[in-house]
Design a protein around this ligand. Sequence first.
Ligand SMILES: Cc1ncc(COP(=O)(O)O)c(C=O)c1O
Length: 440
Amino acid sequence: MNKLLTFNSLSYRTSLQPRMVQPSLTVRKEGVGRCTKVHRNINLEKLRNGYLFTEIARRELQHLEKYPNAKVISLGIGDTTQPIPDNISMSMANYARALATAEGYRGYGAEQGNKELRKAIAETYYKDVLVKESEVFVSDGSQCDIARLLLVLGSNVTVAAQDPSFPVAYIDSSVIVGQAGDLEDEVGKYCNIEYLECGPGNNFFPDLKGTSRTDIIFFCSPNNPTGHAATQNQLEQLVEFARNNGSIIIFDSAYAAYVTDGCPRSIYEIPGAREVAIEISSFSKFSGFTGVRLGWTVVPEELLFSSGFPVINDFNRIICTCFNGASNIAQAGGLACLSSEGLEAVHSVVDYYKENTKILIDTLASLGIKVYGGINAPYVWAHFPGRKSWDVFAEILEKTHITTVPGSGFGPGGEEYIRISGFGHRESILEASRRLEALF
Ligand SMILES: Cc1ncc(COP(=O)(O)O)c(C=O)c1O
């Protein structure tokens, strides 16, 4: 049997789908060369096979081989599709042009990020909750900062994460740094990781009374994939739980810009959170910077290790050691996003995606499919009771040429669900709705 799976870059484009996942990856289960004497990292050996979105791209490619003329609509991987507003892209272009001049040239910047941008993030995002500019660390995206945070914390901490949740960042990164035990195949969970079940039965918030203490609690709101934004009351419970247990919350607010119904956008809106929470966030889904790469992490001065040592000092150390600062061109773009003109432009793009999710919600609901999310997030979480999520994914792809994401890819709690992304051009969303109506 050929153990070499090769998928080449997808180069086709359709009118409905100007952007595609572009896997260009060679997965070998066994090498063809000569062995060294170096052992493979046992933590990487523990990882479950494959990366979810790579597997989805592989299935999409297989589908296209079967139906070469199909106009596949990708509502799977949550990548943004709308152009970056002109004033923001111009600020990056101007910065890049200036690099060609003696006056405009800049080399390394501060590892923590451009001071002006840190100030703008503190003032724009945290104006009501007081985060100091010095507590904001600009990054090349929140996924990278999660890995760096885990490096700060080391392999001896215990970890909890929502189930379902964004698996790559929290669970896989924890496994890689050695915080997890082996994968228990029957249940699809890693030993030593506390899975916080979040579903419609508990209003997408874990039963904290039945939850064991862990050092770290990953919490994402609005959540990817369920789209649920935790309420003020839920976050108060979470902060109280962390304070009582002496735990640290790593709060992922990557989708905060999508919150419209009054739920908190930042964990620091909750009294007492500064002593127990780190917040990671991103320009990716807020301003279409998935490819530009820009995010930030807030580490409050009051957050201390058990010895009394400030966490911010160690985070700063890791940033200076393992990261040399975000691209100055991307940071120029970030600053433009936070100008009043920039904010207006990016919010109108966010509204566009939210209109897309509304179309999807209305379509699915009219077909009698129970849907969650989509109000405070660009994702719709659709329930197919009694069915395996990979089967639903396969049926939808086969019969409608639409890619979604099977819920089980986000953890065992995602079984029976699929995630449908509202990132897409309106034309594609309307066409996807028509095809779903025809199928169901
Ligand atoms: C919840 C969540 N956090 C973080 C990320 C990664 O964001 P970034 O592009 O800033 O690395 C994503 C990306 O989809 C996400 O869904």
